[in-house]
Design a protein. Structure first.
Length: 70
């Protein structure tokens, strides 16, 4: 992660609709440890590209509490 940050990484997608709670926590911990911003993703790329992936995502309340703007 340190090498990625040195190469220009400034954020980590911590919340993703397919992530398990343990993954969200791990990615959030990495973001905190390396001073990275936290982002979310829905994986929506359009109905023709990924018809099985809906637009947007519902975030669990405990995930939202972890989202901060730095």
């Amino acid at each position: 992660m340190a090498r990625l940050k040195e190469a220009g990484l400034d954020a980590l997608e911590c919340c993703y609709f397919k992530h398990k709670s343990q993954q969200v926590r791990l990615y959030h911990d990495w973001a905190s440890e390396f001073g990275l911003k936290i982002s979310c993703g829905s994986d929506f790329h359009g109905e023709k590209v990924k018809p099985d992936v809906p637009f947007g995502m519902n975030l669990r309340e405990d995930w939202v509490a972890d989202l901060v703007i730095r």
